[in-house]
Design a protein around this ligand. Structure first.
Ligand code: DAH
Length: 354
């Protein structure tokens, strides 16, 4: 086409763009003109490729003409976009204060839980998957449930006045969660799978690793043919899942009147990774799981026939486990009511939030 025709074509394209812009109210549609008009294959943009068809002495002028037109169209598009934006702003401003049910809600700050609670919940989930139920018992117990029913005779050192808080009514603040073993046997009989998280009390001088108030989780599994390998397998599963890493276990003989044989299961110290630190008293090991096979006297006291059933029991140091898991070096932090000791929500993770 000659120059006149070119100018007419351009004028028509510009007129079309101007006309369509007044109708377009969507930002995206307006932006679309960038491609359909100005783009390489657009109505205006594509004219550039025709430059080579003009005599060499006209090519410069043709190019300028087309580019000038592109500049004007670009300007029109930008003006329209600006107009749409200010209209949108005005609409928003006029509806400010109006109730908009589609707005996302405000994010409230998230609460958190005590480290002991966090680990307790985790343990409950783990054992629930293994078919255990979660039981509880009173913090003030009878002397019988706390001691005799557990094969702890009156002469046993654990009944020393030094260790036990005696209540004026002749009862005790339970020194361990083990009395709930007896209560559960009486309540459910055999077979039986329970865990009992709970608070315990000892007449102790408080320091970095001793408290007069602490938490344990008692565990009890009674059935036909339960033996020590079941106990060790359960311990490995439990401690690996709570620490969320492979842990090493060490099994030693231990003595507790309510189990025979009695065992001490130790875990490699999670604070120093077994190298030796004040928390593990430089041994690299933490005593975490005293346990054993339930003593026949305890089964009998609970109304279960020791000829027919065997079982294992353990008394997990829940407070100590929480300290290990969260790297808390001083036990006193846990009962101090200091909110900074709570577990930040992002550290709860895993099973706790599910
Ligand atoms: N009740 C013991 C304590 O507080 C811990 C314990 C040891 C519990 C062995 C058990 C067990 O069930 O089998 O020291």
């Amino acid at each position: 086409m000659d120059l006149d025709q070119l100018n007419q074509t351009i004028a028509k394209i510009e007129a079309d763009v101007a006309a369509s812009l007044t109708d377009l109210t969507a930002v995206d549609a307006v932006r679309g003109l960038d491609t359909s008009v100005l783009g390489k294959k657009g109505t205006l943009g594509s004219l550039i490729s025709g430059i080579k068809d003009y005599p060499p002495d006209q090519r410069g002028q043709v190019g300028q003409t087309i580019n000038a037109a592109k500049g004007r169209v670009k300007e029109l598009i930008n003006q329209r976009l600006a107009g749409l934006q200010s209209a949108a702003d005005a609409a928003e401003a006029s509806s400010a204060g109006a109730y908009d049910p589609t707005l996302p809600g405000l994010r409230l700050p998230m609460g958190s839980v005590h480290p002991v609670t966090a680990v307790q919940w985790e343990i409950e989930r783990i054992f629930e998957r293994l078919g255990f139920t979660v039981e509880s018992g009173p913090e003030m117990e009878t002397e019988y449930n706390n001691f005799e029913a557990l094969n702890i005779p009156a002469t046993h050192p654990a009944r020393d006045m030094q260790d036990t808080f005696w209540v004026k009514n002749g009862m005790v603040l339970r020194t361990h969660t083990s009395p709930v073993q007896h209560r559960s046997m009486k309540k459910f009989g055999a077979p039986l799978r329970v865990i009992v998280p709970g608070r315990c009390f000892r007449y102790e001088t408080i320091d970095a690793s001793h408290e007069n108030t602490f938490h344990q989780v008692e565990g009890l599994m009674i059935d036909r043919d339960i033996s020590i390998p079941n106990l060790i397998a359960m311990s490995q599963t439990l401690l690996t899942e709570v620490m969320q890493r492979e842990v090493k276990l060490r099994v030693r003989p231990g003595f507790f009147p309510f189990v025979e044989p009695g065992l001490e299961i130790d875990m490699n110290c999670q604070i120093c990774d077994g190298k030796g630190c004040p928390t593990c008293k430089k041994s690299g090991w933490i005593e975490i799981l005293p346990c054993g096979m339930v003593h026949p006297n305890v089964l009998t006291a609970g109304g279960i026939d020791p000829e027919e059933y065997t079982g294992f029991a353990f008394g997990l140091g829940l407070t100590r486990l929480a300290m290990m898991k969260f790297g808390i070096r001083d036990i006193r932090v846990l009962n101090a009511g200091d909110l900074r000791a709570l577990v930040p929500p992002e550290r709860l993770g895993g099973p706790i939030l599910s």
